[in-house]
Design a binder for this molecule. Structure first.
Ligand SMILES: Cc1ncc(COP(=O)(O)O)c(C=O)c1O
Length: 399
């Protein structure tokens, strides 16, 4: 097999010369992804689960879960598995069985859109509060909904500044509030405290909705019992990514919303389905992959994956600090925050960086060997320039 240094099939002219050597192109893509894999420690995709059985058995035909997970009929679909996934995640979050609804999405972003759409339909005049550490999908969703967003400060460690939230709400107390908490911010994996947010809302007598964007940390924190959507939590919805903690090989996620807040939807005659979801046709393969990841490991297996990943993150923090590179992490986090390394190291290790701060994410499947190699590269590259270490809060609580 010859090595192709660049992929030369990108133009329409290339495609118009079809048939192309498709095998060579696919080989090239796989070779490039395989070559990058050992240094992919900057993005939060688990790499320890084997999804090949589902891909081999189901990956060659269309599985379309069009409509609501509760719908029946249509072409080949995996709604029975989707319902099981939604129920398992809702149970893990202690959501009341008689007040829950959800579906398998294309990812955390669609989950945020779906949940905030439901909240906004219920509270059309609400102001939508989110912190500066919220994911970019939140302000984007606020704009798509034509809602009014209010930005709240985040502390240096990434957690919401509750005093600033209170000040922002006080100035707008005549309007309902939709507050977006993040469970696992993108850069530092900080967890906003939903109990404190609820207390701020109650203190100001403001009606509204509390949504949790739990793209990365939703499942790990739910398995700990630290993220709960039980009746006392005051949390109305949650969005989780499926390709992060479960490492599913296609972008996907799960959204859960309290059934009681939803408004009636239309029934689509020609598909004979309820129009409850953001997209019409939906990926049945993603639901099957999530179901398989859950079915083959169960709660205990996934708890073990969480604790191993946290153990590695603690190890990485120690090793980096011992090498003179001041690193820190929140106690529950897979994410290790460090001063941004020199460009050569950053590029090789595909690090996500925000100015002078970068992170590595010790997702399940990342190894000590990878951490050691990263630390060795850093040590070889430069003498580090310490930055002040933000103080993480004490034990995070989301309920
Ligand atoms: C906090 C947070 N929310 C939402 C998302 C978006 O998730 P997805 O990429 O699954 O749409 C991310 C992704 O990194 C995230 O970190």
């Amino acid at each position: 097999m010859t090595h192709t240094p660049t992929l030369r099939i990108a133009t329409a002219a290339d495609l118009s010369r079809a048939p192309l050597d498709v095998t060579a192109v696919l080989d090239h893509l796989v070779r490039e992804a395989d070559a990058a894999a050992p240094t992919e420690i900057g993005f939060p995709g688990a790499v320890d689960l084997d999804h090949s059985e589902v891909v081999a058995r189901l990956g060659t035909r269309l599985w379309n879960n069009i409509g609501d997970p509760a719908d029946a009929g249509g072409t080949a679909h995996t709604r029975v598995l989707e319902r099981a996934v939604v129920a398992w995640v809702a149970d893990t979050l202690a959501m009341p069985p008689d007040d829950r609804w959800g579906y398998v999405t294309t990812g955390g972003t669609e989950g945020n859109l779906s949940a905030l759409h439901a909240a906004h339909r219920r509270h059309p005049t609400a102001r939508v509060y989110h912190s500066t550490a919220a994911h970019y999908s939140i302000p984007k969703t606020v704009a798509m909904l034509g809602a009014r967003g209010v930005v709240v400060d985040a502390r240096p460690d990434g957690e919401m500044d509750y005093a600033h939230l209170a000040a922002q709400i006080r100035r707008r107390r005549r309007w309902p509030a939709i507050v977006v908490a993040t469970a696992g911010t993108t850069m530092t994996e900080a967890v906003d405290d939903t109990t404190r947010i609820r207390a701020v809302l109650d203190e100001h007598g403001v009606d509204g909705h509390l949504h949790v964007d739990a793209a990365l940390s939703g499942i790990p924190l739910a398995l700990d019992g630290r993220l709960r959507l039980d009746t006392t939590s005051g949390v109305g919805s949650v969005a989780i990514s499926g390709h992060k903690f479960f490492g599913v090989p296609t972008p996907c996620g799960v959204v859960l919303v309290r059934d009681g807040i939803r408004r009636p939807v239309s029934h689509i005659t020609y598909t004979d389905t309820a129009d409850t979801t953001v997209t019409g046709s939906r990926c049945g393969l993603a639901a099957a992959l999530l179901w398989h990841a859950i079915a083959t490991h169960g709660r205990e297996g996934h708890r073990w994956r969480v604790s191993e990943a946290r153990r590695l993150a603690a190890y990485a923090t120690e090793q980096l600090t011992a090498a003179g590179w001041p690193a820190w992490r929140h106690p529950h986090a897979f994410t290790v925050v460090l001063p941004t390394p020199p460009e050569t190291v950053r590029r090789k290790w595909l690090l996500a960086s925000d100015g002078d701060t970068s992170h590595i994410i010790c997702m399940p499947g990342i190894t000590r060997g990878q951490v050691d190699a990263f630390v060795a590269d850093l040590t070889a590259a430069v003498t580090p320039r310490p930055i002040p270490r933000p103080r993480p809060a004490t034990t995070p609580a989301t309920h």
